[in-house]
Design a protein around this ligand. Structure first.
Ligand code: SF4
Length: 393
């Protein structure tokens, strides 16, 4: 079925400024390429009941607006599997069905038009018997799979052999699964080897990256609430992406999924792997500050949270570094004596009292954003890096 996929209109970023990307083979998740030098995609997973089609589609729309490229939905029951065709038909981004235990849901997901299926061969009943049929169905439908292991679901034999979910054990498990698929001639899969500890996770992916050219899905599993999980994800993804390892990422947070997407997008932006969007440069403030920098920075950030234009705004507390930073940004304020000097592209355009700084910055930021839009510099809808065709409704 033809579906209207979103079109970001943004230039794709495939190369890392820090390190050449690891050479991986390419698979497709619907229209989104993963691996083979494709831009790194951001994934998330809905936390609605999949069978609640309206709520799931609403959440997918929010994730898409935040920059999500690929969405995964859990399929633990027959009702969830039955809902897939309606979700796939209306989702603006490719849908991956996440399936454990029941192989019949895998076939149903493929028939529903899912772009990929996440399947864990270790917990699919009688996988030896159904594995080849899954591969054939996926090949016939032209879809890909994601396989791999989480530390918590490591097979008992490997757990005993390696004494726990060590990097070697996780990699051995992933390679065993990969061989199951490759032995029947199926190669369109990516692999994840997730662990909750960032150091173990990094070591595991490094080890796996050396064993083959599979595209790799990065994840720190069960990373925790937003604050801890964000730090763990930044550390682990940052270390691996800075070495060129990783083709698609999913930040896992005990928080609304849209927060995962925001974190994932920002990690890529700050590593130079995705076009920059709104960014704020603000000083920490110190004894020289002549305005309340912390409040100003928060108010400007909140006031511009919906902006999609790639504007850089500087909020500086005094005249030491203030004018320099404010000049380098698209828009900035350098404060002193209860006033703020407002800079646009390096030129002072006005000086306003402290209580008008926020409103003045927001006014100019919105005007700059409108101009960028008129100049065609702003993506249509979201911040995703992958340009995909808009096809018939
Ligand atoms: S810009 Fe001024 S107020 Fe801000 S940290 Fe630097 S010296 Fe302190």
């Amino acid at each position: 079925m033809d579906k209207p996929f979103r079109k970001t209109g943004e230039p794709s970023i495939s190369e890392s400024p820090l390190h050449p990307r690891r050479q991986s083979r390419r698979i497709m998740v619907g229209p989104v390429p993963v691996g083979g030098g494709a831009p790194i995609s951001v994934q998330s997973m809905t936390n609605t009941k999949t069978a609640n089609v309206g709520a799931t589609l609403q959440q997918i729309a929010e994730l898409t607006a935040a920059g999500c490229d690929i969405v995964r939905v859990a399929v633990p029951s027959q009702e969830d599997a039955d809902a897939l065709p309606r979700i796939v038909a209306k989702s603006p981004i490719p849908v991956i069905a996440d399936i454990h235990f029941q192989s019949r849901y895998v076939f149903q997901a493929i028939d529903a038009g899912c772009a990929a299926v996440r399947v864990n061969p270790g917990n699919i009943r009688k996988f030896d018997e159904v594995g080849p049929s899954i591969c054939k169905a996926a090949t016939d439908a032209g879809i890909s799979l994601r396989i791999g292991v989480n530390a918590g679901s490591l097979d008992k034999e490997l757990y005993a052999k390696y004494g726990g979910p060590t990097p070697e054990a996780l990699v051995a498990s992933a390679m065993k699964e990969a061989r199951m698929f490759e032995d029947v001639g199926f190669h369109d899969f990516k692999i994840s080897v997730k662990h909750h500890d960032p150091v173990t996770m990094v070591e595991t992916y490094r080890l796996l990256a050396k064993q083959g050219d599979w595209p790799l899905h990065l994840g720190v599993t069960e990373a925790g609430p937003a604050w801890q999980g964000t730090i763990k994800s930044c550390l682990a993804f940052g270390a691996l992406l800075a070495e060129g390892i990783g083709d698609t990422i999913r930040v896992s947070l005990s928080a609304p999924p849209v927060e995962e997407v925001k974190v994932g997008c920002k990690i890529l932006e700050y590593l130079g792997l995705r076009a920059r969007h709104f960014d704020i440069i603000s000083c920490p403030s110190c004894g020289r500050a002549q305005v309340d920098v912390i409040s100003l920075a928060n108010e400007v950030t909140n006031g511009l949270s919906g902006i999609t234009a790639p504007i850089r705004v500087a909020v500086m507390g005094c005249i030491v570094n203030g004018p320099g930073e404010a000049r380098e940004a698209d828009l900035g304020v350098a404060s002193g004596n209860g006033k703020g000097q407002i800079f646009i592209k390096g030129k002072v355009v006005e000086t306003v009292p402290e209580d008008r700084i926020v409103d003045t910055l927001l006014k100019h930021a919105n005007a700059i954003a409108e101009q960028m839009k008129a100049d065609g510099l702003v993506a249509d809808q979201s911040s995703g890096p992958v340009v995909v065709p808009v096809v018939g409704e």
